[in-house]
Design a protein around this ligand. Structure first.
Ligand SMILES: C[S@@+](CC[C@H](N)C(=O)[O-])C[C@H]1O[C@@H](n2cnc3c(N)ncnc32)[C@H](O)[C@@H]1O
Length: 266
């Protein structure tokens, strides 16, 4: 179990919940191809006991349920969990912290984390918790950004960096786990054996600028930047970063890629 002082759920929950509807309606859907591919690669199907940690508004959970899985999820945001619950009334959903999962040891066949472990105060402690609740023959998926050179969206992710409160010098950035070597070392430090690492294309597509700004503004990072500056400053920064990606019909398409490591117990 993690120490109490490294937990970030109480701070991160309200930040990620501030734009829950926009996250669920706009931004979460950009990950749909990632959820599909990871669930397929991890063989989620009829009767699989499945857990998604940092599940947000629950698209992965509803996709797993559609395949016949018994699904559970945990997130720090009640607002996002309320949306997940309205989509998946049979899922077991918990408000909590990545570093302290309210589940018995070895309960799940498949545990996934889509861009969530890096928000724990101690990501390795969170990964060890995910491993604890995975059964002996289970599979764990750690999903993070692909390296920045593979992603046009890195300019959007970086656009509000100057609006955030100063980070401690040793704070991991958004791409801290993106290199295959770092990702593998992270899994290995938790006592996991890497089976495979692969990238999945998942472009951010918005029909117009307003939808793009709402999607980009719905993240917890954007909420943190707005609290440290203003909503207008965040919108201006996002609008400037979006501009180069405007298509002839007024829509926007920005290439993005997610990297997945699949692991099991040695
Ligand atoms: C980038 S979002 C990803 C959400 C979802 N996995 C998806 O891909 O749409 C990060 C998620 O991690 C959750 N989160 C951040 N810190 C957390 C913590 N300490 N404990 C539990 N959840 C946390 C946030 O509430 C948010 O839903």
């Amino acid at each position: 179990m993690a120490t109490l002082n490294s937990r970030t759920g109480k701070v991160n929950g309200p930040l990620w919940g501030h734009g829950a509807e926009d996250w669920a309606d706009i931004q979460e859907g950009t990950l749909a191809p990632v959820f599909d591919r990871v669930l397929e690669k991890a063989s989620v199907g009829q009767g699989t006991k499945y857990l998604d940690v940092g599940c947000g508004s629950g698209m992965a959970i509803s996709k797993a349920e559609a395949k016949g899985a018994f699904a559970a999820g945990l997130d720090a945001s009640q607002a996002l969990l309320d949306i997940a619950g309205s989509r998946s009334p049979d899922a077991e959903l918990h408000l909590g912290d990545l570093e302290d999962l309210p589940f018995d040891d070895k309960r799940f066949d498949v545990v996934t984390s889509f861009n969530s472990l890096q928000y724990a105060g101690n990501p390795l402690a969170a990964l060890k918790e995910a491993k604890r609740v995975m059964c002996t023959q289970g599979t764990i998926a750690i999903v993070t950004w692909s390296p920045p050179e593979m992603m046009e969206v890195s300019s959007l992710i970086g656009a509000i960096k100057h609006l955030l409160p100063p980070a401690p010098p040793d704070a991991p950035g958004p791409f801290a786990l993106s290199e295959a070597k770092s990702l593998r070392a992270f899994a290995s430090a938790a006592g996991l054996l890497t089976m495979e690492i692969f990238d999945i294309s998942a472009p951010w597509i918005y029909p117009d600028k307003d939808t793009g700004l709402r999607g980009l503004g719905s993240s917890g990072v954007a909420a943190r930047a707005a609290a440290n500056s203003s909503i207008e400053a965040v919108e201006d920064a996002h609008a400037s970063a979006l501009a180069p990606f405007r298509q002839i019909d007024g829509s926007y398409r920005i290439e993005a890629s997610l990297r997945c490591l699949l692991a099991r117990l040695p």
